[in-house]
Ligand binder design. Sequence first.
Ligand SMILES: *Cc1c(COP(=O)(O)O)cnc(C)c1O
Length: 375
Amino acid sequence: MRFEELPTPCYVIDEALLERNLKILNGVMERTGCRILLAQKAFSMYAMYPMIGKYLSGTAASGLYEAKLGYEEMGKENHVYSPAYRKDEIDEILSICDHIIFNSFSQLERFKDNIRKAGKNIGLRINPECSTQEGNGMYDPCVAGSRFGVTLKNFRPDLLEGVSGLHFHTLCEQNADALEKTLDAVEEKFGQWLPQFEWINFGGGHHITKEGYDLGLLEKCIKRMQQKYGLLVYLEPGEAVALNAGFLVTTVLETMENEIDIAILDTSATCHMPDVLEVPYRPPLFGSGEAGEKTHTYRLGGPTCLTGDIIGDYSFDQPLESGDRLVFGDMAIYSMVKNNTFNGMALPSIAIRDKHGECRILHKFGYQDFKDRLS
Ligand SMILES: *Cc1c(COP(=O)(O)O)cnc(C)c1O
């Protein structure tokens, strides 16, 4: 079907836009010899895994379920990191993952025997205590009191036997200058042990496919670790893989006025794009302007009963009417992986737009999906 015919609400992933990102990431791999994994946390649309697997080295998971998904649907290198593994899951994790990354020496000791038996790659997450972002710490693993990674103070060189690599993940939507600064901290604190490892994983948060990202500096950072310490370098971006590669199509259900003009959509911020409220951020909306920029400004809200279910204030050339379709941009990442059925909201369908512009619905959700999560 055509884009205009898709039922709403609907997430639409654009194959060509996704492939554009994958080519940029693959270029970094080709030029440097590093390996790049999809962090499934941001984007787990497994229908696209065959395509992603053509360009990237594999998947990164945060636990058993994501690890299983990567194993089943991509079947390439499968890495897992969790702040704490469950005893009743570790053996299944070991059976499907190549790299198991631990968050502490205590975790490492707890599961050492299981891992030795399985003969897998063991990694340790370090915390270089190098904050490179502003804000309240919601997205800063180096914030004071963070539960992520071993700090230098807690580092135990005597327990490194069998550990083949170090992992850090400290960035969020950042350019390569933040990575360079982080590598300085990693070297300063952990440099003396780096030569004994086989690999280092730079985590995610690299905004590699964003316009203006400094690819040259990224590649310099990768080569620095390769040349200085002989390490194989992994990156595991989530966001960068599917950045700006998808849309959320919605229909205006009703308009009203209460001092301001308001439009109620068939999509919800809190259910379908929770990061709009959590981060928070303002999603791009095609054909719209900032509040007051165009003639008709509306506050766009969802049909739930949450007062704060507001996407934002946007302006339009024409007044909005019931039945109008609106298209939000950058809705591939941290959208369908985080949505929910609060208030009995239906989940948006998931569709793909192929390279010829043809659209196909892959998954429709209904009442049963709401009911199945309750009892
Ligand atoms: C979230 C996360 C990623 C991916 O981060 P993006 O910001 O989506 O690139 C990678 N690795 C780990 C350990 C993470 O927690």
